[in-house]
Design a protein around this ligand. Sequence first.
Ligand SMILES: Cc1cc2nc3c(=O)[nH]c(=O)nc-3n(C[C@H](O)[C@H](O)[C@H](O)COP(=O)(O)OP(=O)(O)OC[C@H]3O[C@@H](n4cnc5c(N)ncnc54)[C@H](O)[C@@H]3O)c2cc1C
Length: 428
Amino acid sequence: MLNDRGHNNLWLRTSRENDDHSALNRDETADVAIIGAGYTGLSTALHLAERGLKPVVVEAAGIGHGGSGRNVGLVNAGMWVKPMDLIETQGEEWGHRLISALGDGPRLVFDLIERFDMACEPLQNGTLHLAVGDKGLSELRDRETQWQALGAPVNLLDAGETASLTGTNAFPGALHDARAGTVQPLAYARGLARAATEAGAQIFTHSPATRVEKRNGQWRVQTPGGVVKATWLVVATNAYADPAQPGLLAAPMQELTILPFFQFATAPLPEDIARRILPERHGCWDTRMILTSLRRDQDNRLIFGSVGSLEMWSDAAQQAFARRTLKQLFPFLGEISFEAKWQGQIGMTKSHLPRFHMFAEKAIGVCGFNGRGIAPGTVFGKQMAAYIAGGEELALPLTPVEPAGLARQRTLFYRLGSCAAHLVSARG
Ligand SMILES: Cc1cc2nc3c(=O)[nH]c(=O)nc-3n(C[C@H](O)[C@H](O)[C@H](O)COP(=O)(O)OP(=O)(O)OC[C@H]3O[C@@H](n4cnc5c(N)ncnc54)[C@H](O)[C@@H]3O)c2cc1C
């Protein structure tokens, strides 16, 4: 189910965690019905079950079918928005609360991985934000100053240090964030599902919620095989909700602009070549507006990603772009063959920050991770569990859905703009 037509997701092939859940085929009663089995829904379920409540998750396809099974695997410690900008727009109290919750996000992720012994290639040795040109370098200098003022272990590396950690001279510097790291993203989602089940949650895959309504004070989530009745409802569908669905099932999509992002994975590289590229296996992305990402998996595949949709251009042009970019970075790579390519949808918001929603009484959700959802989805899932079980505060206020006026046009702009940029670049 994870493979869209013509796409071949590496994470599905290499996950050492399984998805052995099945479809709902009866009616169920729960304390909390959760729609969507990505990091957000699964972390909510795990933490609710650990607090003694009964959560039931329904997922339209398989575990991690959405962004959680398709992403780059960078476990970041913040959002795109620079920390001081965040404090400026959200105010001192909310800004600091969000920065602190997300700063601790990677620790929560890696602790859960260790506690439940998840086989998801965890590596917490920091990430590298790579500077492109002088503009990129000064952008990173600013980020370093802001993070250091908050006491975060974030340091700007010079060109030599960057070259020795990446294997290329292409970048004049890189920002190293020691809090961050990488995982095999789908395996982490499946690991969370296993942990939630062990804690007492029930998870049903291939069970799309087709209708949601409240009757006699109880939420009723209809799926083809049965109904889940619950006191609370959590909508955790992010950028994978179907905009054509009725009512609050489609609500998150009204305010998201969809940014497509694709990835290519090479065949495993010979050991002598692999050792010269990202020798400490850091996960990286760069400062370009149409950014690229780079990492190496456990089996020495080089994984390269960029903004864009694979549906908009030919297979030959895509491969030319990916080959050319990798060759420019690592001229010693030799013949490059690709083993996998896949893509996903990133849900962007106007503020570039996620948004918590109170859809109705006892119906909440969060969406719009803006490409930063591994740690934030895990953190916010835990927070939603604490909100439901104990009335604890969230990291951001609960707001109504604000339809993004030109979301569709912006989505089209991203798809066309990134495609044009890649085609130009592929021709060289
Ligand atoms: C290509 C790509 C690269 C990214 N790279 C990174 C990265 O390196 N680091 C990072 O931190 N973040 C990254 N992100 C963002 C991150 O993957 C997401 O923010 C995160 O996965 C969101 O998790 P979620 O649980 O909220 O939503 P999702 O994982 O999208 O899960 C939503 C689920 O809801 C299900 N669903 C939808 N409608 C229904 C319905 N009616 N009934 C039942 N189920 C339904 C979907 O099938 C889906 O499984 C990336 C995203 C993409 C797409």
